[in-house]
Design a protein around this ligand. Structure first.
Ligand SMILES: NC(=O)c1ccc[n+]([C@@H]2O[C@H](COP(=O)([O-])OP(=O)(O)OC[C@H]3O[C@@H](n4cnc5c(N)ncnc54)[C@H](O)[C@@H]3O)[C@@H](O)[C@H]2O)c1
Length: 250
């Protein structure tokens, strides 16, 4: 099925890692020119090389989504590359596990600065261009943890992801009259460093909550994101799409 994305330009944050990288590859497979942005510049480079090796167009960019100036520069460079940004995927994120009483203020702030404030910062920087062209589609990375009780204690992460869902709805309302859609995906545990780096018994406890009996793959999450940024989902905005193997249903 042709999703009609050929020739569009996407900015993907967190593109050096699991879901962001898979999304960059999937978008490139649909003919999208991809700006692969990540705080780990060498990982962003690797993703851009992967895209070029598959015959796609890519630009690697270092960005720290917690730093307003870095976000502004990255968005300006990305817009200058092909003259516009049609699509943004906010996949930069971190996870911190641990009981509530042990969460430090520094850790709370870092998780929120990257997951929630970083998403806000990138959205705010790209919106003026999208609004001026009356065209744009943004997908934010929420999580199953922001929607229902989390299996592992991760209070700051859970709060930040619930915030991403609220931010997505608020932005969707304000952007809709300007031709810009804003959605989120809420993956369950997915095969990336973020989960595979946990203690094996933690991973097992997560898998036990998933009716299909396995972690999601990064390609499965990327496919949902590609659908949401395409015009095939033109009437969908403010939505948070579950991708969780049945672990949480509404
Ligand atoms: N893996 C899962 O199970 C899962 C489930 C639900 C939601 N998510 C969300 O999906 C997104 C991607 O996660 P992933 O599993 O691919 O993780 P990952 O660790 O593989 O990738 C995250 C990427 O974000 C980058 N990053 C971190 N801080 C940054 C910053 N300040 N500025 C720019 N980039 C930064 C990292 O360098 C990394 O490449 C995250 O928002 C995560 O919370 C993941």
């Amino acid at each position: 099925m042709d999703l009609g994305l050929h020739g569009r330009v996407a900015l993907v944050t967190g593109a050096g890692g699991g879901i962001g990288q898979a999304t960059a590859r999937s978008l490139a497979g649909e003919g999208v020119a991809v700006v692969a942005a990540d705080i780990r510049a060498e990982f962003a480079d690797a993703t851009a090389r992967m895209v070029r090796d598959m015959g796609g167009e890519a630009l690697a960019l270092p960005v720290d989504v917690t730093d307003e100036a870095s976000v502004r520069d990255a968005v300006a460079t990305a817009e200058g590359w092909r003259g516009l940004i049609d699509i943004v995927v906010n996949a930069a994120g971190i996870y911190r596990v641990g009981p509530f009483a042990e969460v430090t203020f520094a850790s709370w702030d870092l998780v929120h600065d990257i997951n929630l404030r970083g998403t806000f910062a990138v959205c705010q920087a790209v919106l003026p261009g999208m609004i001026s062209r009356h065209r744009g589609s943004i997908v934010n990375l929420a999580s199953i943890s922001g929607r229902t009780k989390a299996t592992l204690a991760a209070p700051s992460y859970v709060a930040s992801k619930a915030g991403v869902i609220g931010l997505t709805m608020s932005l969707a309302m304000q952007s809709a009259p300007h031709g810009v859609r804003v959605n989120a995906v809420a993956p369950g545990p997915t095969e990336t460093e973020m989960i595979l780096g946990l203690e094996p018994e933690m991973v097992e406890s997560l898998v036990r909550t998933i009716p299909i009996g396995r972690l999601a793959t990064t390609d499965e999450v990327a496919s949902a994101i590609v659908f949401l940024v395409s015009d095939r989902s033109g009437s969908t905005t403010g939505e948070t799409l579950n991708i969780n193997g049945g672990a949480f249903m509404i």
